[in-house]
Design a protein around this ligand. Sequence first.
Ligand code: MG
Length: 457
Amino acid sequence: MAYEGLMVSVSGVRGRVGEALTPEIIAQFAAGFGAWALARAGGKAQIVVGRDSRVSGPMFQPVVHAALQSVGCDVLDIGMVPTPTVQLAVEHHHAAGGLAITASHNPIEWNALKFIGPSGLFLDGAEAADMRKVVDGKIPRATWDKLGTVAKDQEAARDHIERILALPFLDVEGIRKRGFKVGLDCVRGAGGVFMPVLLELLGCKLATINMEPDGRFPRPPEPVPENLGELEKLVEDSHCDIGMAVDPDVDRLALVSEEGVAIGEDYTLALAAKVVLRHRKGVVVTNLSTSRIIDDIAREAGSRVIRTPVGEVNVATRMRAEGAPIGGEGNGGVILSELHLGRDAPVGAALILQLLLEEGKSLSKIVASYPRYVIVKDKLVRPAAPLDTVYEALKRAFPDAEVDTQDGLRLTWPDRWVHVRPSGTEPIVRVIAEAPSAEEAEKLVRDCRQPVEALGR
Ligand code: MG
């Protein structure tokens, strides 16, 4: 079945509220997910439900509850929480799955459902395809005597925080003694009721903006440097040791140095990995579009990086297969496997404070000790020729590059790379390049454009 204007992917379904995304659509996907989870669990299933702070969240929440009850699933509602809290609660309660009502970093008019499997990971491709069959078919409903129940758990966030504080290599006492001053911007998302509790338990003194969790995002909610001007100013004016920004569902963390400069979200995972690799052995897993600063950090620690196709679940499942202690995405998504296999901004924040404690120097000094890279993104009109022809043309144009074809085409050199992959939703090809300077990265993008355009439209 096709749904006009709705973006359906492996990990979820999203749309603009009042346009493609209606209570009816949410009910259909939630009921289909519940029926799928119930069948897999064998007759009894509890589903954890949480939401971010979006204005439409309280409207969709009872819809999700009713849809799950209607197929015979019991609901455990954990309220307004970070998405990683939902993932952890699924594991903690041995639930049959979880639903997060959140459109993550998307603008204010969006909302979405994210599907979490019984392991606490997002659904993978095969699971999502199975689940879609249930959504698109005749969903089996429960009779009056088999309807599910709804229970509430207000301890999920507290449990998440306690697990972070209990991490063996986190020196909570040491961090507390340092009394870091942290500038915090939660963009009026779910982090507003979570991050201050965690950071205060870590002894931080806070200077905050955008903490009201009412979903009225005062700026574009993605924590990329161009959106963090207000936090940069706060950090500088309040003489903070560090600034932290999270996205509305608190799975991405971006950092601002004590000089009031956003250092770029690729550094979050790299710096978290720097501290974790001191205490844990193993490889680092990240996707093909993440900055190579992670390679420098891994090499310095005697480790190496394994790259996966883009998508959180691809990173998480590969981490599980490799026994990787740390992984994630260059968009500020840190995954610490001994906590759980999901992007988790709160654990990222704790790891960064541990790094500041261990290094005993400022964030800007730590960053300055590594080479800088610049990422440039562009899009090309998708040519009429098949994508394999496009990739062959690019390989011929760059015969000296190392080739990776897991997800589109990635060409790699010792200090630069370019990743070319089709958009899932638009007739374009995305090109992302990284090099030591903007000029070199732009040149890589330009050099890709020529052979692609030569193929015609
Ligand atoms: Mg998010």
